[in-house]
Design a protein around this ligand. Structure first.
Ligand SMILES: Nc1ncnc2c1ncn2[C@@H]1O[C@H](COP(=O)(O)OP(=O)(O)OP(=O)(O)O)[C@@H](O)[C@H]1O
Ligand SMILES: [Mg+2]
Length: 406
């Protein structure tokens, strides 16, 4: 049954890999036999077994599962990189399995942008040419495609890098170019397969945040694949959990956490107590400190824009914190210095610490200085960020009836 509000719909989809996909392997899978047993009996691999889900317009739908669970296979049925063995895939009302050749290409180009873990950028072309490439293929004229590419770069925060070669960019920036490229043709649907999985945790979280911000502006439908439940719960409006080619549960993050459908999901969820697993290094931001020997005028002007700043000594070691009111207080003294305004009662954390260890510190309301073993200041965390992160998880965990599965 086509669902009115859905833009992507998989209906009882089976995908069997092997020389005779519609033979005995399919019969076995169809009668509910586990993929390992199907493989043993038929030598065929079950990619998807009776997979149905429907993605609503404008939502971020995340498919989550361990390696080999069928996530990539599922996303590939949507753009028909894979034929299906059985079942139907509807994209915006079109049965994609029926499309061939030019029609299929045109449909992909118009309807969907794709971002993958290793996005193949042209290393020697500049950023804007990479982003505009798809439009060039579509023979969009130069001015129009550059305007579209610049807009896409603006969305991902890379407008200033339009003329750089992509080989000059960091991994995170290259992934943003990939995202901009997918956005440039303004497709209704974004297909993202492990798009952030190769990134450092900190950059990865930034990208998740940015994706959500961009989504707020462009309102695409996003089918996002990940093997990381934290990522899924963080960005998904709904999450579909897969195991061994089968859908185990589909629900909002709250539903997944509070009503795990099976012991398998429950086990995953147990690992999600994020206060325990989120490390300081994942949410700290660049410290942007003042030098202890800075001119007082410089200190005053730095504190015009923000209410406090962390301070380092000449070797980059953490020295303390200065607030605007402390600066105003010492400004009336004879020769005001930063050192005389410095506070040292500031909480300090190591990048490898986990957030739940910092609850009390965050409660002080001061920023937390993140220092490495040598005392070098490597980041800062605002107490609200810590509390928000923990609060969100607690709100979810509060409702979580552990007795369901313990
Ligand atoms: N082209 C193929 N030929 C044969 N088997 C395949 C093919 N592609 C996928 N499979 C099998 O289908 C199953 C699902 O694979 P899929 O790539 O969809 O997993 P995944 O969930 O994306 O895993 P990962 O997290 O490792 O990317 C696996 O058992 C895999 O071995
Ligand atoms: Mg995959």
């Amino acid at each position: 049954m086509p669902d009115e509000n859905s833009i992507i719909q998989l209906e009882e989809v089976f995908k069997i890999f092997g020389p005779q996909p519609r033979g005995r392997a399919f019969d076995l899978a169809k009668s509910g036999v586990h993929k390992n047993e199907v493989q043993k009996q038929s030598g065929h691999v079950v990619g998807l077994s009776d997979v149905s889900f429907s993605v609503q317009k404008g939502e971020i739908f995340v498919v989550m599962g361990l390696s080999g669970s069928g996530k990539s296979t599922a996303i590939r049925t949507v753009n028909k990189l894979h034929d299906v063995t059985h079942g139907q895939v509807l994209v915006d009302g079109v049965d994609v399995q029926q499309l061939e050749g030019k029609e299929l290409q045109a449909f992909r180009r118009e309807k969907m942008g794709m971002v993958f873990q290793h996005f193949a950028l042209f290393p020697h072309r500049n950023v804007i040419d990479n982003v505009a490439y798809g439009l060039k293929v579509q023979k969009v004229d130069k001015n129009e495609r550059e305007a579209a590419a610049l807009n896409a770069l603006r969305l991902v925060g890379l407008e200033p890098y339009a003329d750089n070669a992509t080989s000059e960019l960091s991994g995170g920036m290259q992934q943003r170019v990939g995202l901009a490229r997918a956005l440039a043709s303004d497709p209704d649907i974004l297909l993202m397969d492990e798009a952030f999985s190769a990134l450092d945790p900190l950059i990865r979280r930034q990208m998740q945040d940015e994706l959500m911000t961009i989504q707020g502006e462009v309102q695409k439908t996003i089918l996002f694949i990940t093997h990381d439940l934290n990522e899924a719960l963080r960005i998904g409006d709904r999450v579909c959990i897969m195991k061994d080619g089968v859908v185990v549960q589909i629900g909002t993050p709250e539903e997944i956490l509070t009503q795990p459908a099976t012991g398998y999901v429950a086990e995953f969820v147990q690992d999600v107590d994020q206060g325990r697993v989120i490390k300081v290094e994942e949410i700290m931001v660049p410290p942007d400190p003042l030098q202890i020997d800075a001119d007082f005028d410089e200190v005053v002007s730095a504190l015009a824009a923000v209410s406090e700043k962390l301070v380092v000594d000449s070797s980059g070691k953490f020295a303390g914190l200065v607030t605007r009111s402390d600066v105003e207080r010492v400004a009336t003294q004879g020769v005001p210095t930063l050192a005389s305004a410095l506070r040292t009662d500031v909480p300090i954390a190591a990048p490898s610490q986990t957030l739940n260890e910092l609850y009390a510190d965050a409660g002080k309301g001061l920023p937390i200085a993140c220092c490495n073993e040598d005392g070098q200041l490597v980041g800062r965390m605002d107490p609200t960020a810590v509390l928000e992160e923990l609060g969100r998880v607690e709100a979810l965990a509060d409702a979580f009836d552990r007795e369901v599965y313990m």
